[in-house]
Design a protein around this ligand. Structure first.
Ligand SMILES: C[S@@+](CC[C@H](N)C(=O)[O-])C[C@H]1O[C@@H](n2cnc3c(N)ncnc32)[C@H](O)[C@@H]1O
Length: 200
C-alpha cells in the first residue's frame, strides 16, 4: 500500500464516488458528541471525508487530518469551509510521530488496512501516546461479516471484542454499534463502531 496507490484511487474514481463515500458523516458526528470547540480532534486516515468540514462548521477550531494521500486531503479541503484552519499531515500513520495530544482520535476505515500485527501494535502505541486520560477514540472497521477487501486491498475484519482487545490496556469501551454502509453503487458493507475512553 503506497501513497501513489491511494492518490490514484482518489484521482481516478473521485472522492465522491469511492466505495466509502458518505454524504454526511452522521455517525462520526454523533459519536464524537459535544466536546469543547477548542478541543484538539484528529481524523486519522481522514482522506477526503467531510468530517473535518462538518466539525469546522459546528465551530470546532483545532482540527487535524492525517492521511498518506495528498490527493485525498486536497479533495477534502476543496469542500471545506475555511480550509486554511485545518491542520493537514500527509503521512503514513505507521511513520507518523504525533507531536501533540488529541482529545478525540477518530478513524473510519483506515486502521483496518493494517494487517501486520506489528503495525497494529504500533498504531495503538501512538493512540496511547497522544490521547490523554479522559480523551476519546472513535473508530470504525469492517465487521466480522463485512467485506474481505477494501479499495482492492486486504483488510482485517473485527468483532467488537477483537477490536477492544486490539486496543489493549488503558481504554474502556463505552459504546459499540453496527452500521450497514451503502456504497455509491448500492453495495452493502458491514461496519462496527467503537467509542472508547482513555481511562489509565
Ligand atoms: C477507506 S478510506 C476512508 C477515508 C475516510 N476515513 C472516510 O471515512 O471517508 C481509507 C483512508 O485511509 C488512508 N490510509 C490507508 N492506509 C493508510 C496509512 N497507512 N496511513 C495513513 N492513511 C492511510 C487512505 O488514503 C484513505 O484515505
Amino acid at each position: 500500500m503506497t501513497a501513489q496507490y491511494w492518490d490514484d484511487r482518489y484521482a481516478t474514481i473521485g472522492g465522491s464516488a469511492v466505495s466509502w463515500f458518505q454524504e454526511s458523516p452522521d455517525i462520526s458526528l454523533r459519536l464524537i458528541g459535544d466536546v469543547p470547540r477548542d478541543a484538539p480532534i484528529v481524523d486519522v486516515g481522514g482522506g477526503a471525508s467531510g468530517l473535518v468540514g462538518a466539525l469546522r462548521r459546528a465551530g470546532h477550531s483545532n482540527l487535524t487530518v492525517v492521511d498518506l494521500s495528498a490527493e485525498a486531503i486536497n479533495q477534502g479541503l476543496e469542500r471545506t469551509v475555511d480550509p486554511a484552519s485545518i491542520n493537514t499531515l500527509v503521512s503514513d500513520v505507521r511513520d507518523w510521530q504525533p507531536s501533540g495530544q488529541y482529545q478525540v482520535w477518530h478513524d473510519r476505515a483506515a486502521y483496518h488496512f493494517l494487517t501486520d500485527p506489528a503495525d497494529q501494535q504500533n498504531y495503538w502505541s501512538k493512540v496511547r501516546a497522544s490521547v490523554p486520560v479522559g480523551g476519546t477514540v472513535v473508530i470504525a472497521t469492517f465487521a466480522e461479516d463485512g467485506p474481505e477487501m477494501c479499495s482492492g486491498l486486504p483488510i482485517t475484519k473485527y468483532s467488537p471484542g477483537d477490536l477492544t482487545a486490539a486496543m489493549g490496556a488503558g481504554f474502556t469501551v463505552v459504546h459499540s454499534e453496527r452500521e450497514v454502509h451503502v456504497t455509491p453503487t448500492g453495495g452493502e458493507q458491514q461496519f462496527i463502531w467503537l467509542v472508547a475512553q482513555r481511562t489509565t
